[in-house]
Ligand binder design. Structure first.
Ligand code: UDP
Length: 405
């Protein structure tokens, strides 16, 4: 098992010592995280890594996943799309079903000292809070910059019952009646997804999937989701292909709370049909080492999202020093300064232009990767994230106190 001390060679001793000192102020407190999927997507990725580390520091952290059927997740995916500006219509019956499933889950749950509710799916659990107190926090991981008005109005009634809301980026902060905190997500440099790998292992993964590395390899790792724009990625590849030989890898799986995956996958297969240089790989949960190898062995990593809460895949690629081209949306510009630590794009044509450019200018591409890695090291590793959460929890239990480390 990874220990907090193992992070010292990456971030330094003082960073790790500070975490232990902060954690003392909430020793014994129980922190409960609640979300809607145990696998797939960024929230599950972060909680899997963070919960064991918090427990090592004496904070009793646990993680519950709400249960829902297909109908519930169809409604919550409509929320997700609508909040991201995709036109959707949610009926009264669907809003009621959403609340019903939240109430059923709340009946079966015990709540801890701090209840940390992630994203809209479990937001209605707050109806069940027993007493007022500073311990229900809503953690929003999605891009909230231009939400559908009706869905926003519905959710706002529940958000306002929390004691605080946490957003990932300043652009998502909204006028709310409760305090708001900005905490960016993070990646774990020691996880299978991000740790250093032997070159022979990386090579074996590319051989296994028959990806021809005599040409540049351009890769996007994502759930098959409309907002990740996999079809746009293929269109950009096709524009580049007219001038340059390359391989495209589109790799990803699904999430148990995302029912749209198979339909998007079909669109991708149709768009990719007949081109043996496009590799569409369906990855089962737990493919972390494979994803790590695909990112490390690629020439360029893409994340051509149309909307993005934060985009952990961008941090993952930059951490590996990869030249990264990503949509200028949501939390991605926090990670990439255009032409300094990566490339930000706004269109299929722009993405194609920059793929060509980086293939033709490998030294410039490499510099982007070096700068990107440094930026992730300084801002988006799990140790910084744990510190922000600990400070938030400390503030809940020590309002007005002067805390000395
Ligand atoms: N991921 C994965 N398997 C997949 C697709 C994605 O493990 O098939 C991981 C990916 O490496 C990243 C996370 O899931 O760690 C996705 O987080 P991100 O913030 O990029 O997007 P989200 O899926 O949460 O919208």
């Amino acid at each position: 098992m990874i220990k907090l001390e193992d992070y010292i060679p990456v971030v330094g001793k003082s960073v790790v010592e500070e975490l232990f000192m902060l954690a003392k102020h909430i020793e014994g407190k129980k922190i409960q995280n609640i979300n809607s999927t145990a696998v797939g997507g960024g929230v599950a990725e972060i909680l899997t890594r963070m919960i064991p580390l918090l427990n090592q520091m004496g904070v009793q952290a646990r993680w519950d996943v709400i249960k829902g059927n297909e109908k519930f997740f169809v409604v919550t995916k409509k929320f997700h799309n609508g909040l991201h500006g995709v036109p959707v219509s949610v009926s009264d019956e669907e809003y009621q079903w959403f609340l019903e499933v939240n109430r059923e889950n709340a009946e079966q749950m015990q709540f801890d000292d701090v209840v940390f509710v992630h994203d809209p799916q479990p937001i209605g659990l707050v109806e069940k809070r027993q007493q007022l107190g500073k311990n229900w926090i809503w953690r929003c991981h999605i891009d909230f910059s231009k939400p559908d008005k009706n869905i926003w109005r519905f959710l706002e009634q529940y958000i306002s019952r929390y004691d605080a809301a946490v957003f990932s980026a300043p652009a998502f902060a909204r006028r709310l009646s409760i305090p708001q905190v900005l905490i960016a997500p993070s990646i774990d440099p020691l996880s299978d997804k991000n740790k250093e790998l032997e070159q022979s292992y990386i090579d074996s993964i590319f051989e296994q999937y028959k990806i021809d590395r005599s040409m540049p390899v351009v890769t996007q790792i994502s759930r098959f989701d409309y907002l990740k724009d996999p079809v746009g990625v293929i269109k950009a590849y096709k524009l580049v292909k007219k001038h340059t030989d390359l391989q495209l890898v589109l790799a990803g799986g699904g999430a148990t709370d995302d029912p749209e995956g198979p339909a998007i996958m079909k669109q991708v297969m149709d768009e990719a049909a007949g081109d043996k240089n496009i590799h569409v790989l369906f990855l089962p949960p737990g493919s972390d080492l494979e994803i790590n190898a695909l990112q490390r062995g690629s020439t360029i990593v893409l994340q051509k999202s149309l909307k993005e809460g934060f985009g952990l895949t961008v941090s993952e690629a930059l951490w590996k020093g990869k030249p990264t081209i990503a949509g200028a949306v949501g939390g991605i510009p926090l990670q990439i300064a255009h032409k300094y630590s990566g490339i930000l794009t706004h269109s299929i044509e722009g993405t194609a232009h920059w793929i060509k450019q980086l293939i033709n200018e490998p030294e410039f591409a490499q510099r982007l990767g070096v700068n990107g890695k440094e930026h992730i090291k300084n801002n988006f590793l799990i140790t910084r994230h744990i510190k922000d959460y600990l400070l938030l929890f400390v503030s809940l239990f020590h309002e007005g106190d002067v805390i000395t480390l």
